[in-house]
Design a protein around this ligand. Sequence first.
Ligand SMILES: NC(=O)c1ccc[n+]([C@@H]2O[C@H](COP(=O)([O-])OP(=O)(O)OC[C@H]3O[C@@H](n4cnc5c(N)ncnc54)[C@H](OP(=O)(O)O)[C@@H]3O)[C@@H](O)[C@H]2O)c1
Length: 248
Amino acid sequence: MPPRHDRPVALITGAGRRVGAVTARTLHAAGYDLALHYRRSADDARALADELERQRRGSTLLLQAELADLPALPAMIEQLLAHYGRLDALVNNASAFFPTPLGTATPQQWDALFASNAQAPFFLSQAAIPALREARGGIVNMVDIYAERPLAEHPLYCMAKAALAAMTRSLALELGPEIRVNGVAPGAVLWPSDGKPYADQQTMLARTPLQHAGTPEDVAGAVLWLLRDAPYVTGQIIRVDGGRTLSV
Ligand SMILES: NC(=O)c1ccc[n+]([C@@H]2O[C@H](COP(=O)([O-])OP(=O)(O)OC[C@H]3O[C@@H](n4cnc5c(N)ncnc54)[C@H](OP(=O)(O)O)[C@@H]3O)[C@@H](O)[C@H]2O)c1
């Protein structure tokens, strides 16, 4: 094990793009050095690491892994600890998202959705426990408001996020007092990369009390608050949804 790094260290999965990348910038600006996990977005992850290294040298480590590959999960934690000698925060952000209408869903789709949204967060967290305990650190899971209220034609995604929500509470119960475990449940923040019809977006936003989509920065701010500024909060899942779940 190398000497303990002198700044707190956060591991973010799926950090190359979108909400993961903004969360990385937010934690980095708050003084965390980072392990940036990516799967296929190597160019994005490298560009992000270069950007952050220009701000603070020696503040990033890139980790590539397919999260469905279970042996890769403890290996990632080992690689991180071999580099930094500590881990203070784990953000389980990586996620597969696609429809699985009833009558068409396959076991392969089940595996893909549960692997990234539930199985990997669990086994990555488990592998990180000793280091997080030593650091009196925290875990934040990116859940979804659809874990509570299902999204049509996405039963397996909703079920996988519901498992992640249950995991958040279970681990919070098991891991205190040293480790706090919380979640953030975004509403509409960034539409999926293959888009969502404009009319559907407008209908959704009209039902949202704050009347606009959230930003990745809104989500990242909640992650930072849970990790850094909420020492008496554990087992909670904060909705960052503009109040959308308030309306029927
Ligand atoms: N965007 C929203 O409005 C919204 C709403 C509700 C909840 N959320 C939640 O917030 C988080 C971030 O959202 P997002 O839209 O930014 O996510 P995203 O773009 O859909 O996915 C984030 C990353 O997850 C990685 N990933 C997916 N499957 C993986 C696997 N099997 N192994 C390793 N990496 C895998 C991908 O990395 P590579 O690109 O490197 O392959 C991808 O870039 C997610 O957990 C999502 O469910 C988002």
